[in-house]
Design a protein around this ligand. Structure first.
Ligand SMILES: NC(=O)c1ccc[n+]([C@@H]2O[C@H](COP(=O)([O-])OP(=O)(O)OC[C@H]3O[C@@H](n4cnc5c(N)ncnc54)[C@H](O)[C@@H]3O)[C@@H](O)[C@H]2O)c1
Length: 300
C-alpha cells in the first residue's frame, strides 16, 4: 500500500475547502478540483478565511496554516488533478447520480493505488461502490465542521478491504483527526443518528403538547449541562432543513407522529421564521433566550 502524500479533493465548496486546507496544513500536497472555474475563483478567495477560522479555533497554528496554503493547488483539469493522487476525498453536492458520475470519471484518471473516499452526509458507500470501479479501495470518510471538531467518521461498505480501512484510519491520524470507525453501514453515521433521534423526540414532545419547546430545552440543558437544547440546535441548523427532512421521512415511512412534527415545523417555516439565519425561529437572535442567565434560573 502506498503512503498517502498527495491528496485530491473533489469539489471546492464549503467542505472541500475545509478538508483540503486541513490536509495541507498537516503536510500533505493537495489539489482541489472543481468542474466549475467560477467556483474555483471563489474558493481561492475564501482560502484565507478558511485558514483564519481554523486558526481561531486552535485547529492549526499560524505557521502550519501559512505553509499549508502553499501546498494547495486549484484546477478544473481532471487529468492533472487525478494523475498523482494517493487518496481522493469527494465533496460534490449530495446527489448519488452525480457522485457516481465523478467517481467513474476519476477511476479512469487516477492510478490503481489511489484510495477513493466520499464525504457524503446521508448516503452510504455501497450506493456508489460499483461506480467507483474499485470498490475494495473505497469507503466513506466524513468530516463535520472542521473548525469546531476533529471528529471524523470512517465507514467502509462490505467490499472495502481491510488494508484500505487501515490506511484511511492512519490517514486520519496524520491529519490529526479522531476517526469514529463504523463497523457496518449506517445512514447518518454515529452523530447524526443520535441527533436525529434527539430532535425527533423533542419535536414529538412539543408538537404533542406534552411540554413547551422552551421546557424541553431547559430539561436537556439543565441536566446535560449543554449550551443549547434540541430547539436551539434546530434554529442553528435552519428550520426549513429540519422541516424538509422530517416531512420527507414522515411521508416515506407513513409515520403519523413524524407528520405531526412536520406540521408543527411548517407553522414556523411558513412565517419565514427559519432560525438563526433569519433572526427568528424558536428563539430570537442574536441574543436567544436560552443563552440568558435567567433561562435556567432555579436549576443552577
Ligand atoms: N456543508 C456541510 O455542513 C457538510 C458537512 C459534512 C458533509 N457534507 C457533504 O459534503 C458534500 C459537499 O457539501 P458542501 O456543503 O461542501 O457543498 P457545496 O455546494 O458547498 O460544494 C459543492 C462543490 O462541488 C462542485 N461541483 C459540482 N459538480 C461537480 C462535479 N461534477 N465535479 C467537481 N465538482 C463539482 C461545486 O461547484 C461546488 O463547488 C455533500 O455530499 C454534503 O452532504 C456537507
Amino acid at each position: 500500500m502506498h503512503a498517502i502524500k498527495n491528496v485530491l479533493i473533489l469539489g471546492s465548496g464549503t467542505m472541500g475547502m475545509q478538508i483540503g486546507f486541513l490536509c495541507a496544513a498537516a503536510g500533505h500536497d493537495v489539489i482541489i478540483y472543481d468542474a466549475f472555474d467560477q467556483a474555483l475563483v471563489n474558493a481561492q478567495d475564501r482560502l484565507r478565511k478558511v485558514a483564519d477560522s481554523l486558526i481561531a479555533h486552535n485547529r492549526v497554528d499560524q505557521d502550519q496554516a501559512d505553509k499549508g496554503i502553499l501546498r494547495i493547488k486549484f484546477t478544473s483539469d481532471a487529468v492533472l488533478a487525478g494523475k498523482n493522487a494517493d487518496l481522493m476525498n469527494e465533496s460534490v453536492p449530495e446527489d448519488p447520480k452525480l457522485k457516481a458520475k465523478v467517481f467513474s470519471q476519476f477511476n479512469k484518471i487516477c492510478p490503481e493505488h489511489t484510495l477513493f473516499t466520499t464525504n457524503t452526509s446521508t448516503l452510504v458507500p455501497s450506493m456508489i461502490a460499483d461506480a467507483t470501479g474499485r470498490p475494495d479501495r473505497f469507503a466513506a470518510l466524513h468530516f463535520h465542521d472542521c473548525s469546531i471538531t476533529n471528529i471524523v467518521d470512517v465507514m467502509p461498505h462490505s467490499g472495502t478491504s481491510k488494508q484500505t480501512l487501515d490506511t484511511i484510519l492512519g490517514f486520519c491520524k496524520s491529519i490529526k483527526q479522531y476517526p469514529i470507525e463504523l463497523k457496518k453501514e449506517q445512514h447518518g453515521y454515529v452523530f447524526n443518528t443520535l441527533l436525529t433521534e434527539l430532535l425527533g423526540a423533542a419535536l414529538s414532545l412539543a408538537s404533542g403538547q406534552v411540554a413547551s419547546y422552551e421546557d424541553v430545552d431547559r430539561a436537556w440543558m439543565g441536566i446535560m449541562r449543554t449550551h443549547a437544547g434540541p430547539f436551539g440546535i434546530m434554529d442553528s441548523i435552519g428550520l426549513e432543513t429540519v422541516y424538509k427532512a422530517t416531512d420527507y421521512w414522515a411521508a416515506k415511512t407513513n409515520n403519523a407522529k413524524g407528520k405531526q412534527n412536520a406540521d408543527f415545523l411548517k407553522t414556523f417555516v411558513e412565517k419565514g421564521n427559519l432560525g438563526m439565519k433569519t433572526g427568528k425561529g424558536f428563539y430570537q437572535y442574536p441574543d436567544p433566550a436560552f443563552l440568558k442567565p435567567d433561562f435556567l434560573e432555579g436549576i443552577h
